[in-house]
Design a protein. Structure first.
Length: 316
């Protein structure tokens, strides 16, 4: 188990996390990032300025840390993350992992055709650093699609599990539909402690029994898409309230899956994305939860205590 957490500006202890959003993307560029987005210049400076503004708004809500699970094939931009963290004081935890199975297959072949080599890359990024940046990843991202977990996705989950077992790093997942139980089963059977796993995007489901089975299996649920178009926050909040009422406050983490700058994508906080921003939980969702009976203690748990406990490796 790791005694400290790798952030883009250096290691911190779990007690230093404070209020934490567990799934936000500062920068996304599919297949990127392109060179102009990673070095000082007009494009970088313009993007950085917009991200500084979102960071300041987030800090004003009391947030001191966030997890950015942007994989390299989604545009993981270490220079930008480091600049945002240094300028704003946010502790930013970046990830290792792969988003797209096509990327995984190409990387696996380039590394000799064995999944173990991909696990070795994850381990290096967690323990030695990402490329030549000196920045170490602090969490592993694992991804599956909606219909079924395909062979390559299972390989990718097992590579993530191998890296987690060797390094003690935790895992956060991307899941769609109702694949969370399968993700949990594959990872746990490969040796990952259940309490070191967040089943992400669990708020896409409203099935209480499904949520309860994952929690009783020992993992955390990520209610991490508040504000995202496609489902009203009232629906997400109602599902979260039911879990709080059932006594599961210690197994929930929250976020927005927001993208502060998405190359070729929508602009956060405008139009149909007007609520999709990293302050939405504090501005709109907490009042919904309190109106539904949630206590300050429960809200403190999902925002402060659970991220600390998760990264510290403490069972809930």
């Amino acid at each position: 188990m790791t005694a400290s957490i790798n952030t883009v500006t250096g290691p911190i202890s779990p007690d230093q996390l404070g209020r934490t959003l567990m799934h936000e993307h500062i920068f996304v560029e599919y297949g990127g990032p392109s060179a102009g987005m990673c070095e000082p210049g007009f494009a970088f400076d313009e993007v950085a300025a917009a991200c500084f503004d979102f960071a300041a708004q987030t800090r004003a809500c009391g947030v001191t840390s966030l997890v950015d699970p942007t994989t390299f094939d989604l545009g993981r931009n270490i220079p930008l993350l480091a600049e945002v963290a240094a300028r704003t004081g946010l502790a930013i935890i970046c990830c290792t992992g792969i988003y797209n199975t096509g990327t995984y297959v190409r990387l696996r072949e380039r590394l000799g055709g064995r999944p173990e080599a991909v696990a070795g890359l994850f381990i290096r990024e967690l323990s030695e650093g990402i490329g030549t940046t000196g920045v170490k990843a602090g969490i592993i991202k694992a991804v599956t699609g909606a219909d079924e977990i395909e062979d390559e996705e299972q390989e990718l989950l097992l590579a993530a599990a191998a890296a987690a077992v060797q390094t003690g790093a935790p895992i956060t997942t991307h899941t769609e539909g109702l694949r969370g139980e399968e993700q949990q089963s594959i990872l746990v059977n490969a040796g990952v402690p259940a309490h070191r796993i967040i089943i992400g995007h669990s708020c896409l489901a409203t099935d209480f029994a499904y949520h309860r089975r994952i929690i009783e299996g020992g993992s955390y649920l990520g209610f991490d898409r508040f504000g995202m178009p496609g489902m009203p926050d009232e629906v997400r909040a109602a599902a979260l309230l039911r879990l709080l009422e059932a006594g599961y406050a210690s197994r929930l983490v929250v976020s927005h899956d927001s993208v502060w700058h998405w190359v070729g994508g929508p602009t956060m906080g405008t139009g149909s994305c007007r609520y999709w921003k990293p302050t939405n939980f504090f501005e709109r969702v907490i009042p919904m939860l309190k109106q539904g009976g949630a206590t300050d203690e429960q809200i403190l748990s999902v925002l402060d205590e659970n991220p600390r406990r998760f990264f510290a490796g403490e069972p809930a």
